[in-house]
Design a protein around this ligand. Structure first.
Ligand code: NAD
Length: 544
């Protein structure tokens, strides 16, 4: 992917939005960020016959990037038809063959890293180092499931009703066609990684990535094609979620959704109507606890990454910081200094610590949360303002103190680079406050005593807890199941749980040697007595 001049008349970070040209393929005034033939090679993978397109622009500069063809309801139906045909053949493909293709994808993701980083940054705006995180996560996912799927979905033998005479095999058979609806914040890994275990389990996928980041998702699919997955096994549709979502749910055997809690609830209702399963990875208001024995330097550094990675547009990023009295002042001094020292910019270079927000909507939410807090008496220790001089939707990394329950950002997810500081005296009070609210996605704890921190972790109502790290210890460990408690979702990605969700459990019982009915001339009563003796004996032997 050539990504020469990001297309802004005044260069990156040079000024206001490009006003006017939104059609680089047809409008001669538009300056090309991406070559039209490269864009076309990606968008041809969208199953779309409506003739309509929607343009996307880069949050780095506001310059137009591409026109994305839009799918109709009939296109969605056709995507499922094709996926079903492909799935039937794929389910018969041996696991080793599936794994070999998956490992090729792993290597391709790493080989084509520079192109992927360009497209992610252009489309999403994030700092290149944060784009790297998601390419690495996608590659890790491909390798983990290539190596572990055989074990996770292998048929198992279990005990039968009559030992030896009853054989039980438990199979984990593919559900069929999985619908994946993904958001824009981690456009590569959210679009691809949930689907990789679905494929390894023998399913096909119909994916609907977010409209703002279709190119990244399509580039991932292009690499899957190159790796050797059958083309029809992974279908891509594009369009508004509220229109395509119901059409997908109507035809899916399972839905994997990542996005907001509000949309997740709608999807859960629609899945319930059809009695199909779904996993929902939703929002959070994630706490980070700095305990009194924390290494303050390490905690301050960790809190910067935890709060401002991807400009805070990360489901597992920290929005509430609870700091022990004993270390509060020292921690805050370092945390504020490190935050103020972050390098900000809208660029494809590695040198930037934080990039812009993705959209005007995101900026509006962040501004509203911070302005509301300031108006109600919160103090701004760092940041607190938009930076249109850097990029259209840039907002500085912001630390607030004195946030109270009447402020919007106290309990509502900002999904931006804004974190609130709270002091605590008593650890049980900190745990109670961390558990306050409806969410339960991720928590971080900083302490030099691992055992103590793990004991605190058990009292936290979150699906993942990271110790001496913001989120990467669990997110990067593919064997660790990841997901939310309470309104942060249901179901888990990663690990055995992340692939088993795409299978139906089937028990096959084989009765051998003796029947499960009276024989050898026994009456029903005598047969029952023999059975009772057997049951008592099995209990004495400690059998389940
Ligand atoms: P969103 O719910 O608006 O959109 C997410 C996806 O759902 C998009 O592809 C969108 O087109 C689609 N969609 C929207 N309405 C739909 C409908 N009625 N039916 C079907 N699909 C529909 O979320 P967003 O604002 O784009 O994403 C940010 C949210 O996602 C945040 O709340 C964040 O916390 C959450 N998130 C969670 C995780 C996680 O793993 N838990 C990861 C990333 C983002």
């Amino acid at each position: 992917m050539s990504a020469s001049n990001p297309g802004h008349p005044e260069g990156v970070g040079g000024g206001p939005l490009v006003d006017g040209p939104h059609d680089p393929e047809h409008d001669p005034r538009a300056s090309y960020v991406l070559e039209p033939d490269e864009v076309a090679a990606l968008t041809e993978r969208v199953l779309a016959t409506s003739g309509e397109t929607v343009s996307v622009t880069s949050p780095l500069t506001g310059a137009p990037l591409a026109n994305i063809p839009q799918s109709s309801a009939a296109d969605v139906a056709e995507a499922y038809r094709r996926a079903r045909v492909a799935q039937a053949a794929w389910a018969r493909t041996p696991m080793e063959q599936r794994a070999a293709v998956m490992l090729r994808l792993h290597d391709l993701l790493l080989e084509r890293m520079p192109e992927l980083l360009d497209i992610i940054t252009l489309e999403n705006g994030k700092a290149r180092k944060h784009a790297y995180d998601e390419v690495a996560h996608t590659a890790l996912t491909a390798r983990y499931y290539a190596r572990m799927s055989g074990k996770h979905v292998m048929s198992e033998r279990r005990g039968g009703v009559i030992p030896l005479a009853t054989r039980i095999d438990v199979n984990h058979v593919p559900k069929g066609v999985v619908g994946i609806i993904s958001p824009w914040n981690y456009p590569l890994t959210m679009a691809l990684s949930d689907g990789l275990p679905a494929l390894m389990a023998g399913n096909a996928v119909v994916a609907k990535p977010d409209a703002q980041t279709m190119l990244t998702a399509l580039m991932g699919v292009k690499l899957m094609d190159e790796a050797g997955f059958p083309r029809d096994l992974w279908q891509v549709v594009a369009g508004p979620g509220r229109e395509l979502g119901p059409a997908m749910i109507e035809r899916s055997d399972y839905i994997c959704f990542t996005g907001s809690t509000a949309t997740g609830k709608l999807i859960a209702k629609q899945c319930a109507e059809r009695l199909i399963g779904c996993s929902l990875e939703l929002g959070g208001k994630n706490p980070l606890l700095v305990l009194r024995d924390a290494d303050v330097q390490r905690a301050a550094e960790g809190a910067v990454r935890a709060s401002f990675s991807n400009a805070g547009q990360l489901c597992v990023s920290t929005e509430r910081l609870f700091v022990a009295d004993q270390v509060y002042d020292r921690f805050v001094e370092r945390f504020v200094a490190r935050t103020k020292a972050m390098s900000l910019g809208a660029t494809l270079d590695w040198e930037v610590d934080m990039g812009p927000l993705i959209s005007a909507d995101q900026l509006e939410t962040v501004v509203a949360h911070v302005d509301d807090a300031m108006a109600k008496g919160a103090r701004v220790l760092a940041g607190g303002r938009a930076r249109p001089d850097l990029a259209p939707y840039f907002y500085e990394p912001t630390i607030l103190e004195g946030v109270t329950p009447d402020m919007t950002c106290f309990g509502n997810e900002t999904f931006g680079p804004v974190v609130s500081l709270y002091r605590f005296h008593d650890e049980s009070d900190a745990i109670a406050r961390a558990n306050d609210g409806e969410y339960g996605l991720n928590c971080a704890i900083f302490s030099q005593d691992g055992a103590r921190a793990r004991a605190v972790a058990r009292q936290i109502k979150c699906g993942t807890v990271n110790i001496n790290e913001g989120f990467g210890a669990t997110f990067g460990s593919l064997a660790a199941p990841m997901g939310g408690m309470r309104e942060s979702g249901m179901g888990r990605r990663q690990g055995e749980e992340g692939i088993r969700r795409y299978t139906e459990t089937q028990s096959v019982g084989t009765q051998r040697f003796i029947k499960l009915s009276p024989q050898f001339g026994l009456s029903a009563e005598q047969y029952a007595k023999v059975q009772v003796l057997g049951l008592k004996m099995l209990n004495k032997l400690g059998r389940a």
